[in-house]
Design a binder for this molecule. Sequence first.
Ligand SMILES: Cc1cc2nc3c(=O)[nH]c(=O)nc-3n(C[C@H](O)[C@H](O)[C@H](O)COP(=O)(O)OP(=O)(O)OC[C@H]3O[C@@H](n4cnc5c(N)ncnc54)[C@H](O)[C@@H]3O)c2cc1C
Length: 370
Amino acid sequence: MHILDTLVIGAGPAGIGTALALDVVDDLRYGVMDRGRIGQTFADWPEHQRFLTPSFPANGYGATDLNSIHPLTSPAYSLGVDYPTGKQYATYLRSVAKIFEIPVVNEVEVTAVTRGEDDIFVIGTTQQTLRARTVVWAGGEFHQKDLPAVPGGDLLTHSAQREAWQKRADHAVIVGGYESGIDIACHHIAQGAAKVTVVDGSSPWEDPQSSDPSFELAPRTRMRLRNAQASGKLRLHSSHAAKITRAGDSYVIELDDGQKLKTSAPPIAATGFGPGLGPVSGLFEHREDGWPLVDENDESTIFEGLFLSGAALRHGSKHFCFIYKFRQRYAQIAHVIGERLGKDTENLGAWREAGMWAEDIGACGANCAC
Ligand SMILES: Cc1cc2nc3c(=O)[nH]c(=O)nc-3n(C[C@H](O)[C@H](O)[C@H](O)COP(=O)(O)OP(=O)(O)OC[C@H]3O[C@@H](n4cnc5c(N)ncnc54)[C@H](O)[C@@H]3O)c2cc1C
């Protein structure tokens, strides 16, 4: 049976971006597979959701567009917008894959990944069984929507579901006050909700303690938050939801400070996502916080040849959950795969020159001085 050097699972920014780096390794036989189409997650975003990281076509001056997945591309340039919607970004991903002729198989789901003879990975899919020397998991986290682990948590509508964005005339209650919570709160105020309450015991809306948007609200979100507060309709409540119940046509949200909130529309969970490892979940060790454990090359610590690309990437306290962060590792993965197979990886130097290759994890994450 034909053996690939690398199979990339998932055709989002992590999968297409890693494939673009693999593409410049000389004579590498690789392919990308997605259960949907390229950029499927973005195509599935609620229509009102936009990027919070700005795009700007500054590539020619050593500052590659924050949302770009290749040194020579810029979503700001090709889309003509600075904060793309999901659909717009899916268009960008599809056009990049087309221009660079990335081999992608659409609408085939990977259902199992095991290690067969001679350390070759055996990949079960909804169509055929594949074999590959190395595998890159880039399946994203969007399909693992986290709901709060409290009684009645399953009564909440997750912010990534389209229903969460439908108009609420009276009181919208949102559990979780980080990016997605403030985003959807601002949306409901703009849509005419009479009152919006965001509950979060960790008060993420307080003044920032660091310049890292993985831990603090992004500048655009803070600007929108100030406007929403000026409307007089937004209440930020520093408590956790402890229990959710139904009372007739209403929902009651009990908070851990003893207060109760009532709303007629399903409350919204803006509580993020899990690692979403799907069929490779058992092939990674897990950190204490539940996220996958990887070594300095973003490789599984128990299955050599299995790499992780994308927003689930964590190194110590560093979270690579934005495109401009996890794209720093595409070239590293391609370099390690190429070197091990004895291929020429010299052309990856262009990624380093564009500031899109962080070989040393320790160099990432410095705080801004002011
Ligand atoms: C609401 C939201 C807003 C965000 N906003 C920003 C932002 O403004 N800026 C930023 O930089 N980041 C943002 N992020 C974070 C991050 O960029 C996204 O999560 C991004 O989608 C991650 O890219 P990915 O390629 O890892 O995953 P995805 O884009 O989810 O791609 C994964 C792909 O894998 C496929 N797949 C999954 N399982 C399988 C399988 N078993 N077999 C085959 N295919 C499979 C899926 O169909 C999908 O196409 C945001 C995330 C969310 C959820």
